[in-house]
Write a protein that binds this ligand. Structure first.
Ligand code: NAD
Ligand code: K
Ligand code: MN
Length: 355
């Protein structure tokens, strides 16, 4: 029997609640007649580790993950440590260290979940946002000079490379081609950002010629937010820069009902390294430790993890179980207007997997 090695990194805040829930659901899925098993390894990296060791993860942490088949991640972010330290010291270190350059964010309105959009049915909102995950605004290029003085200068340079843009465009066009509508919207801001984003547009046009069966258009990122709200059915697959897609996907999650249900995969399409799956939300300081976290985003991330491993049948079974739970309003957590706890939702998904 095939055994998959999965690294679990709960991280901080509600990551410590939703990742064990995801692990539990995966274990039940394996025990309920799957043709494979899991070997989980948990890593206690994050804010507590930082307080004890002065860094978010060990210096050789990537080596511990290298042989894994996939990583299930929670969140990096601690109320008492600056966000740029927690983010760069853990999540971005893994994404960049393993060149997980394609961040894939599906959004749909799951059964039983209400969208804040009027006149928008479940069929009108079915998107996948592809986020460039290795460079752009989050390349880490920049600095501060004369800190604290009136003449202080600070920069965060959005750095894009031709190779980096080409590979994300090729990935996005390929993903769009695999979906029924074969449609891609390239999100841009080349009216204002006249260097990198103009190259981005040129490369989109160039790569599009390799995909004549994909229809595509371009949209400025600000206009795109309005289009998501006003004409959701006009969108299918989107590709955007690291920062733009970060923002668009939180909006997408809210339009699909809650930040708590949205999943993501940080993918190395060339499969040189393990890919990492996580809910798109963060540590949610306001609800952590209370059992209120919605675990659905993590479960959906587990579905993506299974798909990445090639376990399509198991992935579909887990998604059916999740959808059957969201369809029942008694099993909605507080972010969805309900009163169910993380544990109750998790147990309900497990029950459906066993039956
Ligand atoms: P957040 O996603 O943690 O929370 C935003 C809001 O959504 C909060 O009101 C929260 O209660 C709610 N929410 C989020 N997930 C939920 C869930 N599963 N169930 C119910 N409600 C949920 O974003 P934030 O408040 O901007 O950030 C908090 C911390 O998390 C910061 O340190 C930030 O840097 C970090 N963060 C990390 C990641 C990551 O590791 N990938 C992503 C986003 C934010
Ligand atoms: K996360
Ligand atoms: Mn984000």
């Amino acid at each position: 029997m095939k055994t998959y090695r999965i690294a679990c990194i709960p991280g901080d805040g509600i990551g410590k609640e939703v990742v064990p829930a995801g692990q539990q659901v995966l274990q039940v899925l394996a025990d309920a007649g799957a043709a494979f098993g899991f070997e989980f390894s948990s890593f206690d990296w994050g804010g507590d580790y930082y307080r004890a060791h002065g860094r978010m993860m060990p210096d050789d942490g990537l080596d511990a993950l290298r042989g894994m088949d996939a990583i299930l991640f929670g969140s990096a972010g601690d109320p008492h440590i600056p966000d740029h330290i927690t983010l760069w010291g853990l999540r971005l270190k893994i994404c960049q260290g393993f060149d997980q350059y394609a961040n894939v964010r599906p959004t749909r309105i799951l059964p039983g979940i209400a969208t804040p959009l009027q006149r928008c049915g479940p069929k009108d909102l079915d998107w996948v946002i592809v986020r460039e995950n290795s460079e752009g605004e989050y390349a880490g290029v920049g600095g501060r000079a004369h800190q604290g003085h009136p003449i202080e200068v600070a920069t965060d340079v959005s750095m894009m490379t031709r190779a980096g843009v080409e590979r994300i465009m090729r990935f996005a066009f390929g993903l769009a081609r695999s979906r029924p509508r074969r449609q891609l919207t390239v999100v841009t801001k080349s009216n204002a950002q006249r260097h990198a984003m103009v190259m981005w547009d040129e490369i989109a046009l160039q790569v599009s010629r390799e995909f004549p069966d994909v229809s595509w258009d371009k949209e400025l990122v600000d206009a795109c937010t309005a289009r998501m709200v006003n004409r959701p059915a006009s969108l299918d697959t989107l590709v955007a820069t690291n920062l733009h897609a970060d923002i668009l996907s939180d909006l997408a999650a809210a339009l699909a009902g809650s930040l708590g249900i949205a999943p993501t995969g940080n993918i190395d399409p060339e499969r040189r390294y393990p890919s990492m799956f996580e809910p798109i939300h963060g540590s949610a300081f306001d609800i952590m430790g209370k059992g209120l976290a919605n675990p659905v985003g993590t479960f959906w991330s587990c579905v993506m993890l299974l798909e990445h491993l090639g376990e399509r049948e198991a992935a579909a079974k887990l998604m059916r179980a999740v959808e059957s739970v969201t369809a029942d309003a008694r099993l909605h957590t507080r972010d969805l207007g309900g009163t169910a706890t993380t544990a109750q939702v998790t147990e309900a998904v497990c029950q459906r997997l066993r039956s």
